[in-house]
Write a protein that binds this ligand. Structure first.
Ligand code: HEM
Ligand SMILES: *[C@@H]1O[C@H](CO)[C@@H](O)[C@H](O)[C@H]1NC(C)=O
Ligand SMILES: *[C@@H]1O[C@H](CO)[C@@H](O)[C@H](O)[C@H]1NC(C)=O
Ligand SMILES: *[C@@H]1O[C@H](CO)[C@@H](O)[C@H](O)[C@H]1NC(C)=O
Ligand SMILES: *[C@@H]1O[C@H](CO)[C@@H](O)[C@H](O)[C@H]1NC(C)=O
Ligand SMILES: *[C@@H]1O[C@H](CO)[C@@H](O)[C@H](O)[C@H]1NC(C)=O
Ligand SMILES: *[C@@H]1O[C@H](CO)[C@@H](O)[C@H](O)[C@H]1NC(C)=O
Ligand SMILES: *[C@@H]1O[C@H](CO)[C@@H](O)[C@H](O)[C@H]1NC(C)=O
Ligand SMILES: *[C@@H]1O[C@H](CO)[C@@H](O)[C@H](O)[C@H]1NC(C)=O
Length: 328
């Protein structure tokens, strides 16, 4: 009798302990306690308005730069977390990520980041990180081009190093099939829903012939007249850098036409069309976003926040770079 009661109490205690451990584990996974939307509100109250103004003026000069800035944040976060590593320049003793396969002759927007950083250093020296600049500029670009807004979580610090091999390995290539895309996102803690929503970034911006060549010549899951029109500017060999819009209709508006294109087999990249090619894992999501812009905007904003939470450096880790191109 007594022994039984004792065992029961012990069991209850053990269960509540397990529950507490579970809750702690889940909450530390999903939210990033260290990042906060108000991080700079006392140390640099002008931070958000400075970034917003610089992004607006850069987009006024060249609309595409909004897309380029959004992509930089993605390429930063997928390589050892959102730590500004993508911004470091190569030098005689250092190889960074700028010449990794996904970035070489492709990543752009670095001068805009320099201009933003220069203004921030004048206003509040040594306070705002380059990694946070990328996160804010990505949001401001999306908003400027007609997309959703969200509260950017802040407080990331900058790395003192970078990894070209990690950039080669972690940023998915446009030749990826669906299962490779899913594993690449899953390795970053991102779900299939996040994958499909974030792919909607390809509603803005351009890609080079070299990124879509094999899709327009070799794949069967592409509309023939769409493939033909692209073959006219992107030959089987040569013209590697000729550009085509990722969203063939409105490449400077953040809307849901990217998904409508996929329904018509008019995705530009092999990887784009992979998320609508007969798999029940993703086809339904593509149809939903093609039908409902406000649902897309909600999921996109949530997914951007989640991507922005990937392994930030906080506390005493890393540094606040003075020049985004070089460790202090
Ligand atoms: C799902 C896997 C993805 C693949 C395979 C992929 C691949 C690519 C490729 C190959 C390009 C064209 C690069 C060039 O030819 O120079 C591109 C452009 C772009 N990507 Fe992605 N991407 C993916 C996901 C994302 C995500 C998650 C974002 C943002 C959150 C993003 C944002 C962009 C933007 C905005 C552009 C246009 C950039 C510009 O015009 O400068 N992509 N992507
Ligand atoms: C404006 O955009 C062009 C590319 O279209 C670029 O070469 C130039 O540096 C930009 N100017 C400024 C001030 O950002
Ligand atoms: C990057 O592109 C340049 C110019 O096209 C090329 O010369 C260089 O070999 C490329 N670097 C790498 C690492 O692929
Ligand atoms: C990344 O890929 C490029 C091009 O294939 C290659 O030259 C380079 O050696 C790779 N770098 C690393 C560190 O894996
Ligand atoms: C998808 O791509 C991966 C990596 O390239 C490959 O190993 C795998 O066999 C492919 N899966 C399918 C279903 O084609
Ligand atoms: C098409 O696929 C074949 C066989 O895999 C390959 O040899 C060829 O280079 C590809 N063509 C293009 C334009 O990518
Ligand atoms: C190369 O691109 C240019 C500019 O888009 C285009 O006019 C030309 O026809 C292309 N050349 C070939 C051989 O496809
Ligand atoms: C897309 O699906 C079709 C069959 O529906 C298949 O033949 C094709 O290989 C798939 N395409 C790609 C690029 O995986
Ligand atoms: C090269 O770049 C690295 C990373 O930014 C930096 O730590 C180092 O000081 C730079 N070296 C020179 C000579 O500028």
């Amino acid at each position: 009798m007594i022994g039984n009661k004792f065992a029961l109490t012990n069991m209850a205690l053990f269960r509540s302990l397990l529950l507490i451990i579970l809750i702690v584990a889940v909450s530390s996974c999903q939210t990033n306690a260290q990042l906060s939307p108000n991080y700079y509100s006392s140390t640099c109250p002008q931070a958000l308005s400075i970034v917003k103004a610089e992004v607006a003026s850069a987009i006024k000069n060249e609309t595409r730069i909004g897309a380029s800035l959004l992509r930089l944040h993605f390429h930063d976060c997928f390589v050892n977390g959102c730590d500004g590593s993508v911004l470091l320049d190569d030098n005689s003793t250092f190889i960074g990520e700028k010449t990794a396969v996904p970035n070489n002759n492709s990543a752009r927007g670095f001068n805009v980041v320099d201009n933003i950083k220069a203004r921030l250093e004048k206003a509040c020296p040594g306070v705002v990180s380059c990694a946070d600049i990328l996160a804010i500029a990505a949001r401001d670009s999306v908003v400027r081009l007609g997309g959703p807004s969200w509260k950017v979580r802040l407080g990331r610090r900058d790395s003192t190093s970078a990894s070209r091999s990690a950039a080669n390995a972690s940023i998915p290539p446009p030749t990826s099939n669906l299962s490779a895309l899913i594993s690449s996102f899953s390795a970053q803690g991102l779900s299939i829903k996040n994958l499909v929503a974030l792919s909607g970034s390809h509603t803005i911006g351009l890609a080079r012939c070299t990124s879509f060549r094999s899709h327009i010549y070799n794949d069967s899951n592409i509309d023939p007249s769409f493939a033909n029109s692209l073959r006219r500017i992107c030959p089987r060999s040569g013209n590697d850098s000729v550009l085509a819009p990722l969203d063939r209709q409105t490449p400077t508006s953040f809307d849901n036409l990217y998904y409508k294109n996929l329904l018509e087999k008019k995705g530009l990249l092999h990887s784009d069309q992979e998320i609508f090619n007969g798999s029940s894992l993703t086809d339904g999501l593509v149809k939903m976003y093609a039908a409902d812009t406000s649902l897309l905007f909600k999921e996109f904003a949530k997914s951007m926040i989640k991507m922005g939470n990937i392994k930030p450096l906080t506390g005493n880790a890393g540094e606040i770079r003075i020049n985004c191109r070089k460790a202090n």
